[in-house]
Each structure stands twice: as C-alpha cells, then as structure tokens.
Design a protein around this ligand. Structure first.
Ligand SMILES: Nc1ncnc2c1ncn2[C@@H]1O[C@H](COP(=O)(O)OP(=O)(O)OP(=O)(O)O)[C@@H](O)[C@H]1O
Length: 235
C-alpha cells in the first residue's frame, strides 16, 4: 500500500464551549477521491479548514505524506502549502475582480514558479487548455464570467502549483446540474492526468456517489462510517 497523502488521526475541534469535531480519523490515498458527507453544521468545512491551516484544531494529528503538519513551524508548512490546496464554495472569492481571467490564472505561477515571461505565458496557456478555457474567457474580468467558467479558472490556478491534495468544499453547489457535471468531469480528468487526490465535501450524496472512491459520513462532528464505492471513477 502506498503511503496515504493525508492521514487524520483523532481530530478534535472546539469553538469555545462548542465541540464541533470529535475523534475524526480517516486517510486518503494517492489518486483517491474521498467524499465527506454530512448535514449542514456537521463540521465538514471545519475539517477542510484544519487541513489547510485556516483553523488550528484543539486535538489530534494531520499527516501529509506522513509528516505531522500541526507540529510544523510556519516556514516548514509554507514549503508544503502549494501541494495542499482548497477550493471554496464561492470560487469568485479566490479571484481578484480587478484582474482579467488570464492574469488571475497565471498569478500563482508568477509567485511560485520562477518562470520567465515567455515560459510563464506558455504554461498559463497550457493550463487554460487543460481546464477547457477558451481565449475569449481569458480576456474577461471575473464579473463577466459564469460560475462554471470561474470554477475552471480556480482549478487552473490550483493546478499551476502541481498539488498532491485538494480539499474541494462544495465546488459545484452553486452551479446548475449540467455545468456541475462538466466540472466534476474536469476534476476527474485532472486526477487521471496528475494523480491528485481530493477530499470532496458535499451535502449532496448523489454528487459524491458519482465520483468518489470512498465516502466518509460525518454526523455531529464524528465519522459514523466509511463507504467503499465499488466501481470506476468515471461518471
Ligand atoms: N469560527 C467559528 N467560530 C464558532 N463556531 C464556528 C466557527 N466555524 C464554524 N463554527 C461552527 O461549527 C459548526 C460546524 O461548522 P461547519 O462550517 O464546519 O459545518 P458544515 O458541515 O461545513 O456546514 P455547511 O454544510 O452548512 O457548510 C457549526 O455549528 C458552525 O456554526
């Protein structure tokens, strides 16, 4: 068995007196999509936010490639951070509304890749193609794009960092059904091409059953069961 990309052991989280997560444990293998299902308020987003260091849990361990990220120093975590990404329910909040789509797309490359201008533009065009974006989309501002097109830009930006693991928090819940299917197909294609793993958070079991390899069920901050989906990952 390959080492899991992500292992969560006994994760606990309280906000004041309110205990939101209790003894949450699961792991995600390379190239796997793990679903995280639960009702509103069950603690799904809190788990995702703990994984990317947006919240500090009150107990437990989070291991990425076997390394405990909660005991890491800021500098050490910063090196690992490009490899662990999160997509949010409102993807437009990840983009700068004053920059055109292509500028938004290449921004992480400018910050992290060290590529010179020509190579950077070429890589940006490759990522746009990979995520099914057309030149006319790239010339627009985020406010002039549809929800599905914005989610494609967000995915392209994230793929620019060659992540090993993506927490996708309700990435399609704001989209209508046909666009939802396109984005899920795109996520599957990116997984086939790069081996990226996903933690796909949703309160829509139908969506999770379509693309997950396993689904963890969360109730009141506790994992009650993990279901194996015994079929291929294609929709
Ligand atoms: N920063 C915070 N301070 C206090 N309570 C919080 C904070 N963040 C989340 N909570 C509470 O923790 C609980 C779990 O929230 P969380 O957002 O993780 O649930 P969720 O399952 O993702 O819900 P939804 O599906 O509605 O997004 C909720 O009761 C929420 O009010």
């Amino acid at each position: 068995m390959p080492l899991p990309v992500l292992t969560i052991n006994g994760l606990a989280m309280s906000f004041g007196a309110s205990e939101v997560l209790k003894n949450v444990s699961f792991s995600v293998a390379p190239g796997e999509t793990m679903g995280l299902f639960g009702k509103s308020g069950s603690g799904k987003t809190t788990i995702g936010r703990c994984i990317v260091w947006l919240e500090k849990p009150t107990g437990g361990e989070i291991l990425v490639h076997g390394m405990d990220i909660l005991s890491m120093r800021k500098k050490e975590f910063r090196k690992l951070r490009p490899k662990i990404q999160m997509i949010f329910q409102h993807p437009e909040t990840s983009l700068d509304p004053r920059m055109k789509a292509f500028e938004n797309l290449i921004e992480p490359l400018k910050l992290h890749s060290g590529l010179k201008k020509d190579a950077l533009l070429k890589r940006g065009e490759e990522l746009a193609k990979l995520t099914g974006l057309r030149p006319e989309h790239l010339a627009r501002y985020p406010g002039q794009l549809s929800g599905g097109e914005i989610q494609r830009i967000v995915l392209a930006r994230i793929m620019a960092l060659s992540p090993d693991f993506i927490v996708a928090d309700e990435p399609t819940s704001m989209l209508d059904v046909s666009v939802q299917a396109q984005i899920l197909h795109l996520m599957q294609k990116l997984q086939r091409e790069t081996g990226v793993s996903y933690l796909l958070i949703s309160h829509d079991l139908e969506v999770l059953r379509k693309i997950c390899h396993r689904i963890a069920y969360l109730e009141n901050g506790t994992i009650t069961s993990i279901e194996n989906i015994n079929r291929g990952i294609r929709i």
